[in-house]
Design a protein around this ligand. Structure first.
Ligand code: FES
Length: 107
């Protein structure tokens, strides 16, 4: 079985980054590893910074709902949160998310 999924980030400047993300990695870690502009991950995935904010543009399956803490932290994103905003440190690469498309909100 394939051990990675393909994820695309649409960047605020109109560019995009597509990467193979190993199963089990968070999409914040993957974005940082691939230098996706605007995804910083200051707190290392501890739900304490909101600098890993992304908007889900297209997902093959509905993502699990954000936890209450993630929902609270989404009030502290630099760009205003949108209905499908998520903190990408809380999304893990699982096979069902192959083809996921995320957008990095601009300033
Ligand atoms: S990396 Fe800090 S909240 Fe996601």
């Amino acid at each position: 079985m394939k051990q990675t999924i393909t994820v695309t980030w649409l960047c605020a400047d109109g560019a995009s980054v597509t990467a193979e993300v190993p199963l089990g990695h968070s999409l914040m870690e993957a974005a940082v590893a691939h230098n996706v502009p605007g995804v910083i991950g200051d707190c290392g995935g501890a739900l304490a910074c909101a600098t890993c904010h992304v908007v889900v543009e297209s997902a093959p399956i509905p993502l699990p709902m954000p936890s209450a803490t993630e929902g609270e932290m989404l009030e502290f994103t630099e760009a205003p949160a949108e209905p499908s905003s998520r903190l990408s440190c809380q999304i893990k690469a699982v096979p069902e998310l192959n083809g996921l498309i995320l957008r990095v909100p601009g300033p």
